[in-house]
Design a protein around this ligand. Structure first.
Ligand code: ZN
Length: 63
């Protein structure tokens, strides 16, 4: 929740609003590449496909 501009994660320069959080299109591209390569791992964001029943809310309701 901070409104500070922050720095470019690639080169450390002040980030550009247009290329957030990077400072330029090039750094933005590199940053994107890191994401695609899986360098950034977001814990708890993994989506595990449910095999079997389609509804994830089914707790075997008794009729
Ligand atoms: Zn940069």
């Amino acid at each position: 929740m901070s409104t500070t501009p922050g720095k470019c994660p690639i080169c450390g320069k002040p980030s550009h609003p247009k290329y957030k959080p990077a400072c330029s299109s090039q750094c933005s591209y590199i940053d994107l590449g890191r994401w695609l390569n899986g360098t950034y791992v977001v814990p708890g964001e993994e989506i595990i496909p449910v095999a079997g029943s389609g509804s994830p809310h089914s707790e075997e309701d008794e009729y």
